[in-house]
Every structure is written in C-alpha cells, then in structure tokens.
Design a protein around this ligand. Structure first.
Ligand SMILES: [Zn+2]
Ligand SMILES: [Zn+2]
Length: 305
C-alpha cells in the first residue's frame, strides 16, 4: 500500500475549506507525515489517517508548515505512546525543534529523535529511502522524494518444481535472490525461477519552492509529484517575489521530470473555491494527470506492472 492523504492544502493561513499544510503518507507498516501545520492532528482524526506516525519530514520552518507538531506530539505522549519518533528537516531543525518541542512542563513519554538533513542525503526507512532534495524558497528548505526498493521479479513455482526444488524454505531463498544447491549437488540460480526485478514506486513532494532543476531530477519518472502551486497565471510576479510556483510552472516541472501524475497544493486563499483554472493552466504545460489537492483527498499510488 502507498496512500497519500492530504490533510491541509492552504498556503499561509487556513480557510473554512482548507487547513494548513500536512500530508500523511502510509506505506505498508509505516505512517509518515510531510509537514505538520497547525491543526494537523485534528485533520488526522477527521480523515481517519491514523496516529501511528513513525516519522515527520519537514520541508522548511515557516510557521504554516510546522506549528502543528507541538500539539500533536503532546497528544501522542498523553496517549502513552512509547515508540520513538524520528523528525527530519533542514537547518535549523535541531535548535528550532528542540526549543519548540521541549519547552513546557510535561515530559514526553517517548523518545523524539531530531535529524538535521542536507540536500542530497537519504533517510533509510522500512523498504524505502526518503531522498532530501534542494528546493528554492526564502529560507533553508528541502523537498522529499520517497523511493521504494526494487521489488524482486515474479516467482514461478512451476519452474522451481520442474528443476527439482522441493517446496518449502528453498523457495524463499531463491525469491531473496540467492543461489541454492539441491541435495543431489545441482545448483539453481534465482534467474531460472524469477522474472526480472521490478521498479518500486516513487513520489516527490516539493514543499514551498520556485520551479527548479533539482525537483526535476528528484521527480524523474515519478509516479506522483506533489508540487507547490500557491498562485495562478495572474499572479506570476507574486510567485517570483515570494518564492512560490504557479500551476503552469508546476506543470512544466512535471513534464520535464516525466512524472505520471501531478497534484497541485498549497493554494493561496483566492483559489480556495476557484481552483479549476489552476488545473487548466497546468494542463497547458503538462499532458499527464493533474489534480488540485483538496483537504481529505486520498491518492493511492498503484504498483507498476
Ligand atoms: Zn507555506
Ligand atoms: Zn514557506
């Protein structure tokens, strides 16, 4: 399973329809958050995304992206969570999060591990890497690209049987890519019973940014690109001034990267209800699937064939 739940899709300030930025990413056994704006914990409840977060990835430390972490982590502590939680972000993650999270009377019942990450670094999680890539904003900032491990090729038990491999643990050894030796001395190589390995899925999330080559590289061939889309065509000057992107610019990044699906998010309040033109503007530069994120929107990323 690889499922994204958009918890907040507004830029700068919340609206009636949109919370501040937060994105839940559930992949197999782990639940991650990318950014945690004010109100995120209530959105997790509202949309049933779960509270079993194992890591939070911050894109940058503008207030609309991180203030929700204070309350959310306090709630987890009150719920007697004991599992450690990892928090990743660009500088000044260490000093800022230390002050923010550990100021106050109550102690946490679980360990919070703060990791300051630079562009180009990879974070290893269960079955996938999260690559931090450079973005172009008004403060130190990162985008995050989730890349699943390569999956082993399809296993053909009938081929194994024909080669005389007995059913049982040796099947698993072959599926893990190891050569086995049968009791009679004959060896069976994994490629005799397995198809070619299959690529894993990849998802890139920019956070706030101008369009950039680093995003194109990080989102190359991605199944899904979640891109800053604070503005539309009419405000392209403002997008440049405030270091954000327009829908058209996000579309051009998605096209250059060869991404399959583009989701536009972090909308200025003037597009709160009138977001349809943003889809049209992005479609002029990108021929793949385009959606404008709405609070509560769920995107499942299917396994590639
Ligand atoms: Zn923002
Ligand atoms: Zn920002």
């Amino acid at each position: 399973m690889l499922r994204l739940t958009f918890l907040g899709t507004a830029a700068a300030q919340p609206t009636l329809r949109r919370n501040l930025t937060g994105l839940a990413v559930r992949r197999e056994r782990e639940l991650y958050l990318v950014d945690c704006g004010e109100g995120t914990q209530r959105q997790l409840i509202h949309y049933g995304a779960g509270f079993d977060v194992s890591a939070i990835f911050f894109t940058h430390f503008h207030a609309d992206h991180y203030l929700g972490a204070i309350g959310f982590l306090r709630t987890l502590s009150m719920q007697e969570r004991h599992e450690p939680l990892d928090v990743y972000g660009p500088r000044p993650a260490r000093s800022l999060l230390k002050t923010m999270l550990f100021t106050g009377a109550e102690r946490f019942h679980f360990e919070i591990r703060i990791h300051e990450v630079a562009p180009g670094e990879r974070v290893r999680r269960d079955g996938c890497d999260w690559l931090a890539f450079a973005t172009d904003h008004r403060t130190p900032s990162l985008g995050w690209a989730l890349r699943e491990d390569v999956r082993p090729g399809r296993f053909h038990p009938e081929r194994a049987e024909a080669l005389g491999v007995p059913k049982g643990p040796l099947y698993g050894t072959l599926q893990r890519g190891e050569t086995i030796t049968l009791p009679g001395g004959r060896t069976v190589r994994p490629e005799e019973v397995l198809e070619a390995p299959r690529r894993g899925r990849s998802v890139a999330v920019t956070g706030d940014t101008r369009p950039s080559q680093a995003t194109v590289d990080a989102a190359r061939g991605a199944d899904l690109l979640v891109h800053d889309c604070t503005f539309g065509d009419a405000e392209s000057d403002r997008a440049r001034e405030t270091m954000h992107s327009t829908a058209r610019e996000a579309g051009a990044v998605a096209r250059e990267a060869g991404a399959a699906h583009l989701v536009l998010t972090h909308l200025s309040s003037r597009y709160d209800r009138e977001w349809q033109p943003l889809v049209e503007q992005a479609r002029e530069t990108f021929s793949g699937r385009v959606d404008v994120a709405q609070d509560g929107m769920v995107v499942e990323v299917p396994l590639p064939e």
